[in-house]
Ligand binder design. Structure first.
Ligand SMILES: C[S@@+](CC[C@H](N)C(=O)[O-])C[C@H]1O[C@@H](n2cnc3c(N)ncnc32)[C@H](O)[C@@H]1O
Ligand code: SF4
Ligand code: SF4
Length: 442
């Protein structure tokens, strides 16, 4: 056998047909786990975020031979050629031998600038307008942002209440952008006008505008405010300026099917007119002013809205699942431990701040300390410290479920030992891993 003899695998990478040395012996990472699921063999790197999907026993056999140290040529002789080529193609395309894994160190925060609002939405989880908060002045926020940036901060999302009713809102937004932060603004969109959009548009990287209806009446039912036309105008004006715009939609649970039937044609028109605008559906109704959903209701809510998303954006969930792995970040958490700061400066480890207890105020700390604490909280609540997840072979692909469901989460920082979580998502993740497999070759 010639040392550098190559086998053409017949798949293309960067427009070139890829060849493989036929005397190559593979060395796979430790911790591979095989799961047989719905007739497929999933070969999962339990210490990373990579996997193979083998479609039948022939492919599994080929993989076994390669694992046992047989060369490509030997495997081709013993196994079924087509199966061997499929497996090797997958191994090479996914760089399965030497997977890259990184910890996500991107520092993004949420700032609730105010708890005041010009609307009084039925679902509002912030109870905006009802709960009065001593707001920090804008000069204080500017200092907070400086410290955030100096300690490696990346992005800031301003939310509330309604940010546009906060005195000095413009100054804070401009400052955040000027010091180099990626700025996202969450707004109901009704207090903007063309002049304000012209003035601030270039300081905002993304604006998310809530539109919870398909016409004036349906919007009014949720938001108790005649703001539909204004919100649409806001989408139009920001889009014209070239700012990245998304529309957030959070329907009520009552008459959801009727809502979806009417929203779908409206959404299609919106997408056609503004193809750059992405419509984001909130897939869960968290406890709010006039909403308190059961688990079962939220499951149904999620399913109905996911179906709508799939109709509006075919393959959306499969593609985003793949995109999650592009940066090679291990998912050790659901995001819990990330920093959210309320209008009075209290620090929370998740943006559902009313469901948590805060023990730190931003005025008595700094981001060096906060990031260290945030890292500790993330580690403490990671899949590696969750009884149900720590031995799960897909823990870094999944990241575990919502930490707010962990019993005792309000005592995070004080709680000692492992966390407990009832998992009901393993099969959903397996399904996604199989469904999205082809996208890894593109
Ligand atoms: C609290 S608001 C603040 C920003 C702005 N005032 C707005 O309405 O867009 C942020 C987002 O949370 C959504 N929201 C409010 N209450 C909710 C709930 N109970 N469950 C899920 N999302 C909710 C809103 O519809 C909005 O898209
Ligand atoms: S969802 Fe937004 S606009 Fe509605 S009441 Fe809450 S903060 Fe105000
Ligand atoms: S939530 Fe379930 S699938 Fe996800 S890591 Fe935990 S045990 Fe595994």
């Amino acid at each position: 056998m010639m040392k550098n003899k190559k086998k053409n695998l017949g798949y293309e990478e960067n427009d070139r047909e890829t060849e493989i040395e036929i005397n190559k012996v593979y060395h796979f990472p430790k911790g591979l786990v095989t799961c047989k699921y719905k007739g497929f063999y999933l070969i999962i790197n339990s210490e990373g975020i990579s996997w193979l999907v083998l479609k039948d026993y022939e492919e599994f056999r080929a993989f076994q031979l390669l694992t046992e140290g047989y060369t490509v040529e030997e495997t081709l002789k013993i196994g079924k050629e087509e199966a061997v080529i499929n497996v090797i193609t997958q191994i090479e395309a996914k760089k399965f031998e030497n997977p890259i894994c990184k910890d996500n160190k991107v520092r993004d925060i949420y700032i609730y600038l105010t708890n005041n609002c010009n609307q009084h939405c039925k679902h509002c989880y912030m109870f905006a307008g009802d709960i009065i908060v001593n707001e920090l002045p804008c000069e204080q926020w500017m200092k907070v942002l400086n410290d955030f940036k100096e300690n490696g901060g990346h992005g800031v999302s301003f939310t509330g209440g309604e940010v546009t009713v906060y005195k000095g809102f413009e100054k804070v937004i401009k400052h955040a952008h000027e010091i180099g932060l990626v700025v996202t603004v969450l707004s109901n969109g009704v207090l903007w006008d063309e002049k304000k959009i012209q003035e601030l548009g270039s300081y905002i990287d993304e604006i998310q505008i809530s539109i919870d209806g398909y016409d004036k009446e349906s919007y009014y039912k949720v938001r108790q405010y005649d703001g539909f036309d204004k919100a649409i105008q806001c989408v139009k004006d920001f889009s014209a300026l070239g700012t990245k715009v998304s529309v957030a939609v959070t329907p009520l649970y009552d008459n959801l099917t009727e809502f979806v039937d009417n929203f779908e044609p409206f959404a299609r028109k919106l997408i056609k007119k503004y193809p750059q605008v992405f419509i984001k559906f909130n897939l869960e109704l968290i406890p709010g002013r006039e909403v308190c959903m059961t688990k079962e209701e939220n499951k149904n809510y999620k399913q109905i809205l996911r179906n709508l998303v799939e109709r509006l954006y075919p393959n959306y969930y499969t593609e985003t699942f793949v995109l999650n792995y592009e940066n090679h970040f291990l998912r050790k958490n659901c995001g819990f431990g990330g920093i959210s700061i309320s209008a009075d400066g209290q620090v929370f480890w998740c943006n559902r701040i009313h469901e948590l207890v805060s023990r730190i105020n931003i005025l008595n700390t700094n981001f060096k300390e906060l990031f260290a604490e945030s890292d500790k909280i993330m580690m403490d609540t990671s899949v590696d410290n969750t009884a149900e997840c720590k031995n799960c072979e897909i823990r870094y692909i999944c990241g575990g479920g919502c930490r707010l469901e962990y019993e005792g989460i309000k005592d995070v920082g004080i709680h000692r030992g492992e966390w407990h979580y009832i998992c009901d998502k393993k099969e959903v993740i397996y399904d996604k891993m199989i469904k999205c497999n082809d996208f890894f070759y593109e």
